[in-house]
Write a protein that binds this ligand. Structure first.
Ligand code: ZN
Length: 162
């Protein structure tokens, strides 16, 4: 039996540890980026793939759109970690988007693992495990998520948990 669920319907709101989300190309980028990454522990993206400024940062900042369902999934995970309700709302299909996308402050997301992803035309899927510290200790969420492309942009539709 499949339980339908909103992906990561509860989450944490953490203050941003990434003051330098946007870095322009060029010499200043290399110098400034290297310094800031060293200072901020390599500034790794919460989704775990790359430095934030080269990963989910430009998506949360609205500088570019996700090119694949997996990229969108990663950016939404990062938005949950950072409490970015605006990014969650705009990447949620209007048909399934909850009225309130705010996060549960008692949940702290700690790790994202993408198990598989696929896209075919304007639909796509991502299977993932997201680990978190909740009210009752460490836990994990496994979900098969569905995505759709609307007007050229990928959005989250819904998913099956378990
Ligand atoms: Zn990322």
């Amino acid at each position: 039996m499949c339980r339908r669920a909103r992906v990561m319907g509860s989450s944490s709101v953490l203050s941003s540890a990434y003051g330098l989300a946007v870095i322009d190309d060029g010499a200043d980028e290399r110098r400034f980026g290297a310094v800031s990454r060293r200072m901020e522990g390599m500034d790794e993206c919460p989704c775990g793939r790359a430095p934030y400024a080269e990963c989910c940062g430009p998506l949360l900042e609205g500088q570019r759109a996700a090119e694949t369902p997996e990229e969108l999934m990663r950016s939404r995970y990062t938005a949950f970690v950072k409490g970015d309700r605006f990014h969650l709302a705009r990447t949620w299909h209007p048909r399934t988007r909850p009225e309130d996308v705010s996060a549960d402050p008692s949940t702290r997301w700690t790790d994202l693992q993408i198990l598989s992803s696929a896209d075919d035309g304007d639909t796509g899927t991502v299977d993932f495990v997201a680990r978190f510290e909740g009210r009752h200790g460490p836990d994990e969420l496994r979900e098969h998520s569905r995505f759709a492309r609307r007007a050229g942009r990928w959005v989250y539709v819904d998913g099956d948990v378990g």
